[in-house]
Design a protein around this ligand. Structure first.
Ligand code: DX5
Ligand code: ZN
Length: 223
């Protein structure tokens, strides 16, 4: 089983973005997690295309773009053109979710759907076979550095059951409050991709923290 570490650049130092991107390039991380917030779907605004382009220019690993925006259909193609490899939209922001998923795939990207802490995983049942990834929010989206919500473990296990015999290659990604203290338990619950912002960038040696997270995923079965 391959486990993916996706540092969230939302917690990077934007005054030294290139330095932080290069740190991730040289680390054991697998993807760059790119959080786009519109101030409408979530109570915060992060960044848009110019910053995406700057990340793309220096990043040597895939860009995992998490759109916390209303009406994402309007921007899917532009994010794909700006270098996204994966685009994840929110279930709660999409009236015609099936159509949005097809649009992401038609733009050449892998398609993901994110669910907020209050949204049951069963609501994804009828699109599960169309998806490459489900992102389970383990905090309410909008900010880095929040506390992990424990009900997430149960949701991961439900989702793991739901995909059996339908789409077992689906990536189960967890986002919010993930770090050294809970990553091994998240692996045991069934997650295989881990977003971390604060837990990486607020440490003295982010590259080493990424390495520790990676080894905890690999050793978790013996925990
Ligand atoms: C929250 C974002 C997360 C955030 C995670 O809305 O989707 O990706 O950056 O940050 P931490 O790991 O600090 O909770
Ligand atoms: Zn995110």
């Amino acid at each position: 089983m391959k486990y993916i570490i996706a540092p969230s650049i939302l917690s990077a130092d934007f005054g030294n973005l290139q330095r932080d991107i290069e740190m991730i390039n040289q680390s054991e991380a697998n993807w760059f997690h790119v959080d786009v917030m519109d101030g409408v779907f979530v109570p915060n605004i992060s960044f848009g295309f110019p910053v995406m382009a700057a990340v793309k220019k220096h990043a040597t690993k895939p860009l995992d773009v998490h759109l916390m925006i209303v009406d994402p259909d309007k921007y899917v193609q532009e994010f794909a053109a700006a270098g996204a490899d994966r685009i994840t939209v929110h279930y709660e922001a999409c009236t015609h979710l099936h159509r949005t998923i097809q649009l992401i795939k038609a733009s050449g990207c892998k398609a993901g759907v994110a669910i907020n802490p209050h949204t049951p995983v069963t609501l994804l049942q009828d699109v599960i076979e169309d998806l490459d990834l489900v992102l389970i929010m383990s905090v309410n989206p909008g900010f880095g550095g929040q506390q992990f919500i424990h009900n997430t473990y149960k949701k991961i296990s439900y989702l793991k059951q739901l995909i059996q015999g339908i789409n077992e290659d689906l990536i189960i990604e967890v986002d919010g409050g993930v770090g050294l203290q809970n990553i091994a338990t998240l692996v045991l619950a069934g997650a295989n991709a881990f977003v971390a912002g604060n837990a990486i960038f607020a440490t003295d040696n982010p590259k080493e923290t990424i390495s520790k997270m990676k080894s905890l995923t690999q050793n978790s079965l013996s925990v």
